[in-house]
Design a protein around this ligand. Structure first.
Ligand code: UD1
Ligand code: CA
Length: 451
């Protein structure tokens, strides 16, 4: 490899300002734990290894990481420099570059890492750090530059003078170091600052003092450098991520009526000319077709839809809806449903593990669970598939064109033949032949007069 690189993600901080039982890096932002963003970003520059420094509740973080990274324990949280020192035994003979990321900076884009690497290699720098000009620099390390614009030092909020606090260029917490320069500079680290911590930023000072080259690259989009230290910054990052995803969909031709009031997962795909109203959540591996309408109050998790689907204030989970389907208001399509074209799911209807043929109508207040329905079936209002006998779940089959009257109950397992009619309020306990009409409790065939 031309430029061998390893990545170190710092994730051992206690996240005191979050005031939480959960380690900070496992808090969800934009629909996934914070640490996922650092991992994805690290992967952008193809490191041969990714180390994650873990501390607070290290086991749960390490378990979450699984095989994606090598956890390194920092027993005592003595600062960012001390955290990196824990990885040094793994880097003894390593000659390439070391990328260091803070796990609480979720908004940095992978492209920014590529730019940082390019800059670092081009400058042949011992260290390169990412900075940005922000509106409110409070809490961040400030970048003090000299007359030539060169980086002089990074000074933390608590250690800064009045004048330094007015600097609005801040340290983003993303660095590239030549391995040997990093190892050398970490040897002499001292905790002589307001927080009594070993600061990683002091290794930049060491490199500069030794006459080495340390540069800073400024990222133009200041939203990228937001560090998440408290719940307010968590909310801010969450909104920014959502908005960023919404804007991407807008470029793809999707209309959002209230772009700021949408929860959008990272992996969602939406077709052209679809309209998404406000107060909508779309998550997981959802793929929405063209010309759909997702109305206010809808929640979609890993849903696939065809074209022209309308979803009104409904919750749809792990299911597929064919072209022209409509659901709701207040429909609940639970997992495992496959609806063919133009299926109507009415108000307050609930579906679970159901396959429904094209043109069928599942009316209001009905429940269809563990069933296969043919084409053009009519499920009347309040019709219930009684699929559970108290011990086991049972399946039902309904043939094409069957008509299930209002308030009827199908005691599963049961088969209703094609074009059969079940009278309103009937309780079906036995199979109904094709074309037959059954009524009553328990449902019996209607005898045809004069035959
Ligand atoms: C740090 C930087 C600051 C920068 C800001 C950007 C230092 C000294 N300060 O400040 O210049 O502007 O990030 O967001 O580096 N961590 C450990 N072990 C520790 C301490 C921290 O792994 O002992 C991890 C944390 O989990 C976190 C990251 O390092 O992911 C940064 O630590 P944090 O305490 O949030 O630093 P800031 O005060 O935000
Ligand atoms: Ca931070």
């Amino acid at each position: 490899m031309a430029h061998p690189l390893v990545a170190i993600i710092l994730a051992a901080g206690e996240g005191t300002r979050m005031n939480s039982k959960t380690p900070k890096v496992l808090h969800s932002v934009g629909g996934q734990p914070m640490i996922d963003y650092a991992l994805e970003n690290a992967q952008a520059v193809s490191p041969s290894k990714i180390y994650v420094v873990v501390g607070a509740q290290s086991q749960s973080v390490a378990a979450y990481l699984g095989k994606r990274a090598i956890p390194v324990l920092q027993k005592k949280r003595l600062g960012t420099g001390h955290a990196v020192q824990q990885v040094l035994p793994h880097l003894k003979s390593f000659k390439g570059n070391v990328l260091i990321l803070y796990a609480d900076a979720c908004l940095i884009r992978p492209q920014t890492l590529l730019a940082l690497r390019q800059f670092h290699l081009l400058q042949n720098a011992a260290a390169t750090l990412l900075t940005a000009r922000v509106e409110t620099p409070f809490g961040y390390g400030r970048i003090v530059r000299g007359g030539e614009g060169e980086v002089r030092k990074i000074v933390e909020e608590k250690d800064a003078t009045e004048e330094e606090r007015r600097i609005n260029e801040i340290n983003a917490g993303l660095y590239l170091f030549k391995a040997q320069a990093l190892i050398e500079s970490l040897r002499t680290l001292k905790a002589n600052n307001a927080k009594k911590e070993f600061y990683l930023t002091d290794s930049i000072h060491r490199i500069l003092a030794d006459g080495g080259k340390a540069h800073a690259l400024m990222v133009p989009d200041r939203t990228e450098v937001l560090g998440i230290n408290n719940r307010s910054q968590l909310a801010q990052a969450h909104r920014l991520l959502n908005l960023r995803r919404v804007m991407e969909h807008q470029r793809n031709g999707v209309t959002f009526l209230s772009p700021k009031a949408v929860e959008m997962g990272a992996r969602v795909v939406i077709g052209r000319d679809t309209v998404v109203e406000g107060n909508v959540e779309i998550q997981g591996a959802t793929v929405i077709g063209e010309d759909c309408r997702i109305e206010s109050g809808s929640h979609l998790f890993s849903v696939k839809t065809g074209k022209g689907v309308v979803i009104r204030s409904s919750r749809i989970v792990e299911s597929e809806l064919g072209d022209g389907c409509d659901a709701g208001p207040f429909a609940h399509v639970r997992g495992g449903c496959v609806l063919d074209k133009k299926v109507h799911v009415g108000t307050n209807a609930e579906l679970k593990n159901a396959r429904i043929g094209g043109g069928s109508k599942v009316g209001h207040f009905s429940y269809v669970g563990d069933a296969k329905l043919g084409r053009d079936v009519n499920v009347g209002a309040g019709c219930v598939f009684a699929n559970f006998d108290g011990k086991k779940k049972h399946s039902s089959l309904v043939g094409d064109g069957a008509f299930l009257g209002s308030n009827s109950t199908l005691v599963a397992p049961v088969k209703i033949g094609a074009r059969a009619i079940v009278g309103a309020g009937a309780v079906v306990t036995r199979d109904v032949p094709a074309g037959a009409t059954v009524v009553g409790i328990p449902a019996r065939p209607v005898k045809k007069k004069n035959s």
